[in-house]
Design a protein around this ligand. Structure first.
Ligand code: PSU
Ligand code: MN
Length: 322
């Protein structure tokens, strides 16, 4: 069966999209690439750990045999593959950069602005470039208190329609984990546990909730991705990768800290796009930085798995063509 990547052609005549030379070469060669988001740099971690981590994550991807492509909007252009200098710029500007999800993109382009892309924003730009695998720390989801706030991350909607596999460390309990699982089910987004029957909860390896499919080998994840998109079943896949044991935090301790951070947030009246950055920062303060160390380690671990999946996925496509 003839198979062409569904939205590969888009990049050819999209003057708003700039793909780095490294990423262009890898795409043309059918070599593996891994996309990386930039909100995690600007809003997810404080300076200078954010820049250190962003560069280290790229290094892990290269060492494991793929090309990293950090994605952001710079001066109104959708950029796939940033230079270290550009990554530094976003890291240094921190929360002064606009956190850019799907809704923000047209305005940032029209006004020549910068934007740090969330999981949703990164997925859609990665797909335009033809990149199928993306590594991050945590995805957005259904927030606790959704009955009042209706706060459901645009990341979940993007997963429903954009063909990118996202490797993350599960769903953090700042979110409503069972409702996030239900939402993904409704939208037809597969939830995979890498070598795990349970959905990991970001800072901890387990949540008490089951994943749809436990898969133990990157090869088998790549095969499912290929079949899904060959069948034109649109949308992403969530690949959850438990934090390495030695960096996991104590479940009860982190749960108490998360609950108190959420209460503080509600008292301060923080809503909308400010919630996730506020919670990450408050949790890091309350754990004296231990949650940040865990966050960094799980991102590196996810970059490694994403690379393995990207290598297998590229191999499957190569075998088909030759
Ligand atoms: N979770 C993290 N770190 C992060 C984010 C989530 O542990 O940096 C960021 C990601 O960019 C994610 C976004 O896409 O927060 C979700 O924001 P919201 O809930 O406003 O959709
Ligand atoms: Mn939200």
């Amino acid at each position: 069966m003839e198979y062409t990547e569904p939205d590969m052609g888009l990049k050819m005549n999209n003057r708003n999209l700039i793909i780095s030379d490294d990423a262009t070469n890898a795409l043309q060669a059918g070599a593996p690439l891994v996309a990386l988001e930039s909100t995690i740099i600007s809003h997810g971690m404080p300076y200078p750990k954010n820049i250190e981590t962003a560069l280290q994550v790229e290094q892990v991807i290269r060492e494991n045999g793929a090309t990293p492509a950090t994605i952001a909007i710079v001066q109104g252009k959708l950029r796939v593959g940033l230079s270290p200098k550009e990554i530094y710029y976003l890291a240094n500007k921190g929360q002064n950069v606009i956190k850019a999800s799907r809704r923000d993109i047209p305005f940032l382009i029209a006004q020549n602005k910068d934007g740090a892309t969330t999981v949703a924003g990164t997925m859609l730009i990665a797909a335009m470039a033809g990149i199928r695998v993306f590594a991050t720390g945590g995805i957005g989801g259904v927030h606790r208190g959704v009955e009042q706030s209706m706060d459901v991350s645009a990341d979940l909607e993007e997963l429903a329609k954009t063909n990118v596999a996202v490797v993350c460390a599960g769903v953090k309990s700042v979110l409503d984990i069972p409702r996030t699982i239900e939402y993904l089910e409704t939208k037809g987004v597969p939830l995979i546990g890498f070598q795990s029957d349970e959905l990991p909860a970001f800072y901890t390896r387990s949540s008490g909730f089951k994943v749809d499919y436990r898969i133990d080998k990157p090869r088998h994840i790549a095969e499912a991705m290929k079949v899904k998109w060959q069948l034109n079943l649109k949308g992403g896949i969530v690949i959850t990768n438990p934090v390495p044991e030695e960096y996991a935090l104590d479940a009860q301790e982190i749960e108490a800290i998360i609950s108190s951070a959420i209460s503080e947030m509600n008292q301060l009246g923080i809503t909308g796009k400010a919630t996730t950055p506020f919670l990450l920062e408050t949790i890091a303060d309350k754990t004296a930085g231990r949650s940040l160390d865990t966050n960094i380690q799980l991102v590196l671990n996810n970059a490694k798995l994403a690379t393995q999946v990207a290598v297998e996925y590229a191999q499957l496509n190569f075998n088909q063509e030759h």
